[in-house]
Design a protein around this ligand. Structure first.
Ligand code: AHR
Length: 505
């Protein structure tokens, strides 16, 4: 059997985890809003028309922050369409996804829903087809107390107190040729700096996210990021990263190596931020907001067909990837990567949350959890604390596009108050189990709380409404041996090892 040794020393802290890395995303896209979180004619609806079965799962995931209302959608969104009495709102053509937006759900409804979901809001402004004045009006509507046109409009709409939204995205993927109102890097640098300056005059307590490149594969990456940041550095607090992966070539070994690309992407963007900081002689360290990340490829062909052949529907089935077991492994690997960069990645949004490339799916009969639901759940429940550096001695293998792929990838999070240590580990060797020895002697005597794993004979196993084939199981074969913990990481597996200091008993 292959062998992996991991040494974890409690003195080697990477950083506290910002709870906002367990964020997600709701865009007006497909069935995310209509038929997803909001369905006034559904049997599980509450008094606001929110599906309670969906809310229960969102709460179970403990999603910390939710980005809204897009995505590509925001770049031609007129937020005024979605406020005020519902019977006075009118539908509009959504050019991003070629659908009809009914506008029966907007800002007020979302704020109400997010409150019920116990999540903070990350609001995006339209810097595509609109600009600085509209971003300011929206912020005034949301955060200013009263006595001005937009704050009084909010009050007239029944919301006496400001929403107090703290986190704002300055547009979305503004480098993308698909984006409405796409901008050159010079243009975006200027408009985001001016929007940021004005918005912070309205509310100095807000935090702003500048649009970085839409992915590592953009031809203008990383120049876009450097040029735009040089222009807006003083006004923004985070630079965004977006990345989706897929297994289009059906090469699972190589697919699971893609979290290494994500790791490299983060390293590059951190270096770039530090370069701009040095160039500007600034004292401010730029942090990262990985505000779109996930697996997205299963539905791409279908989605093109719907958009091309049957445009202008209300809430069609768009981007409804049905995830497999191997997708859950990659999502787990991506979560581990985010945790290990907790010193610079302060916000991350699994894109998205319901129906659209999502962990939660709805049908008329009820809701179900996709395979990727579980790594997110585990990380969100047990990954809040301090990330400790792991020194991992593990064998390597090659894949078609990656030369040296470590078999085992892991992250360790220590929750000081509870004296609990959690190790998240994926064995991405698809054919061999791994004997694991964890050396945690610096923590003193630890007892085993539990070991959870996701395993499946078939990498392509999916879940559905009626059958949850991929779900966590407990592994009892884990032993404390002196100051070491010993167990086996099965081939192709997601593992959560939960330990607790013994002196607490
Ligand atoms: O999450 C789906 C889409 O992916 C978003 O609308 C866009 O920002 C990205 O390209």
């Amino acid at each position: 059997m292959r062998k992996t040794n991991i040494v974890i020393d409690r003195d080697y802290e990477i950083s506290d985890v910002d709870h906002r890395i367990f964020g997600s995303f709701i865009e007006h896209l497909g069935r995310a809003v209509y038929g997803g979180i909001y369905q006034p004619d559904h049997f599980s609806r509450d008094e606001n028309g929110f599906r309670q079965d969906v809310l229960e799962l969102v709460k179970e995931l403990q999603v910390s922050v939710i980005r809204y209302p897009g995505g590509n959608f925001v770049s031609n969104y007129f937020w005024e369409d979605g406020v005020g009495p519902i019977d006075q709102r009118f539908p509009r053509m959504d050019l991003a996804w070629k659908t009809i937006e009914p506008n029966t759900f907007g800002l007020g409804e979302f704020a109400n829903w997010a409150k019920k979901a116990k999540a903070d809001i990350m609001m995006a402004v339209n810097l595509g087809t609109r600009g600085v004045p509209d971003a300011c009006n929206l912020l005034e509507y949301c955060n200013f107390s009263s006595g001005t046109r937009y704050s009084d409009l909010r009050k007239k709409h029944g919301m006496k107190e400001p929403y107090g939204i703290k986190l704002w995205c300055l547009g979305n993927e503004m480098d993308g040729e698909w984006q409405l109102g796409r901008r050159t890097m010079e243009e975006y640098g200027r408009i985001s700096a001016e929007a940021g300056k004005a918005m912070k005059l309205i509310d100095p307590s807000i935090e702003l996210v500048s649009c970085g490149s839409s992915s590592k594969d953009m031809p203008t990456f990383p120049q876009w990021d450097a040029v735009t940041l040089e222009e807006n550095y003083d006004y923004v607090d985070y630079l965004s990263l977006h990345q989706y992966y897929g297994n289009d070539s059906n090469d699972s070994d190589d697919y699971l190596a893609k979290s290494d690309d994500m790791d490299e992407f983060i390293h590059t963007v951190v270096s770039l931020c530090d370069y701009v900081q040095a160039k500007k002689r600034s004292k401010k360290k730029m942090h990262l907001s990985f505000d779109e990340w996930n697996v997205w490829f299963h539905s791409k062909k279908e989605e093109e067909d719907i958009i091309k052949r049957h445009p202008w529907q209300i809430a069609p089935h768009l981007l409804e990837d049905h995830y497999t077991f191997e997708d859950a492994l990659l999502v787990g690997l991506m979560l581990i990567t985010l945790l290990n960069h907790a010193d610079r990645v302060k916000i991350a949004c699994l894109a998205q949350l319901v129906n659209v490339i999502a962990p939660i799916m709805t049908e008329e009969e009820g809701v179900w959890r996709q395979t990727i639901y579980y790594p997110f759940l585990h990380a969100s429940l047990y990954g809040r604390g301090t990330v400790i550096k792991t020194v991992v001695n593990t064998p390597c293998h090659r894949t078609s596009c990656h030369e040296e792929v470590r078999d085992v990838i892991c992250a360790a999070v220590y929750l000081k108050e509870k004296e609990e240590l959690t190790i998240f580990a994926v064995n991405r060797n698809l054919s061999e189990d791994q004997e694991l020895i964890l050396d945690i002697r610096s923590f003193g005597k630890m007892k085993i709380l539990e070991k959870l794993m996701l395993v499946s004979e078939d990498l392509k196993t999916e879940n559905s409404l009626n059958k949850e084939r991929v779900k966590p199981v407990k592994d009892l074969k884990i032993y404390a041996d002196g100051q070491n913990i010993k167990t086996v990481l099965k081939r192709a597996s997601w593992n959560v090892i939960r330990l607790k200091n013994k002196t607490e008993d």
